[in-house]
Design a protein around this ligand. Structure first.
Ligand SMILES: Cc1ncc(C[n+]2csc(CCOP(=O)(O)OP(=O)(O)O)c2C)c(N)n1
Ligand SMILES: [Mg+2]
Length: 328
């Protein structure tokens, strides 16, 4: 194997590891929720892993990522510590938001992961502000904003697209088109549902669509978009066609989706597709993949132990890091 091939192999194995880690972390979070160790809301990313891992893998550490409430995958992909993420889900003081944010408000300034936002589309204008600040002050960083197809129906999305384009901001909008916003089929709620990426034309912004179940395609599309943004070409919109394997949240049995549709998308599981390709092209052996699954299993056991053993925040923490309105 040449040095170049080895570099490619190491990179793809790191990304495979992240995808499996996200899948298992979320499987475990489901089990912990059932045991009432995790409370509140829980929206998992299962099925969409290639999008977060493929795009974030192409970023530099100084770049920012901001996301919605389906945020575990993005935080893990950006490098947040899995122990602290699990502790956050448990509401413990060792969590990424000291136990005050929970599943929908993961946050990690050090890794430049700027949340975790529960208000649909709420993260989009914040991404514009971040990108404006990076353009004016930081200069080297770019911003990636993940949003769902449902968030495109909010006014904030359109205002943000307009400003990002006018100000030529270093901002990548990644639309994770999983065909649904809660129980609503995107075809019934979005006028441009069959050509989502073309919405960028109205804002004179470059855009493309990519198969969000294929890690290689996502990373190539991400590389191209990020390259253009870094060269000062302004913002870019990438639509990733994907599917969420579970219901909208843990309390949604997802009965509204036709079985044939679900089984089609399950047959395109991004982890299985990647596995098959890596084996077929002789890039890795089955043993190497099995080894990664074992490592992940241990990481999850350790994360749960850490979360269980960590204390809840003290009562005197009740008003720290909380923004209170003046009431006037
Ligand atoms: C402003 C606002 N309106 C409604 C909701 C309730 N809500 C939560 S998620 C969601 C659907 C969003 O769908 P999408 O953007 O496609 O993301 P996905 O859940 O599919 O990842 C809705 C309507 C909310 N949280 N915020
Ligand atoms: Mg959606």
């Amino acid at each position: 194997m040449t040095t170049e091939q080895q570099i490619v192999k190491d990179q793809v194995l790191r990304r495979y590891h992240k995808m499996v880690l996200i899948r298992e972390f979320e499987g475990e979070s489901y089990r912990q929720y059932m045991q009432k160790n995790i409370r509140g809301f829980l929206h998992v990313y299962s099925g969409q892993e290639a999008v977060g891992v493929g795009i974030i893998g192409e970023l530099e550490p100084q770049d920012y990522v901001i996301s919605h409430y389906r945020d575990h995958g993005h935080a893990i992909a950006k490098g947040s510590d899995v122990n602290s993420l699990m502790a956050e889900l448990f509401g413990k003081s060792t969590g990424t938001s000291r136990g005050k944010g929970g599943s929908m408000h993961l946050f990690d300034v050090e890794k430049r992961f700027m949340g975790g936002h529960a208000i649909v589309a709420g993260q989009i204008p914040i991404a514009v502000g971040l990108a404006l600040a990076t353009k004016e002050i930081d200069k080297k960083a770019i911003v990636v904003c993940f949003l769902g197809d449902g968030a495109m129906q909010e006014g904030e999305f359109h205002e943000s697209m307009n400003l990002a384009s006018i100000w030529k901001l270093p901002l990548l909008f990644v639309i994770e088109n999983n065909l649904y916003g809660m129980g609503a089929d995107v075809a019934q709620t979005l006028a441009i549902h069959d050509e989502i990426y073309k919405i960028a034309n109205g804002y004179k912004m470059e855009s493309a669509k990519v198969d969000g179940m294929d890690l290689f395609e996502v990373q190539d599309a991400g590389q191209k978009a990020i390259g253009l943004i870094r060269s000062g070409e302004g913002p870019y919109l990438l639509e990733a066609q994907t599917y969420r394997f579970r219901g909208h949240s843990i309390s949604d049995p997802a009965k509204y989706r036709p079985e044939i549709e679900v089984s089609y998308w399950m047959s395109r599981d991004p982890i299985k597709l990647l596995q098959a390709r890596l084996i077929k092209e002789d890039i890795v052996t089955q043993e190497e993949l099995d080894e990664i699954h074992k490592v992940v299993e241990n990481e999850i056991v350790e994360a749960v132990n850490f979360a269980e053993k960590s204390p809840f925040p003290n009562a005197d923490e009740l008003y720290t890091n909380i923004v209170l309105g003046s009431g006037e």
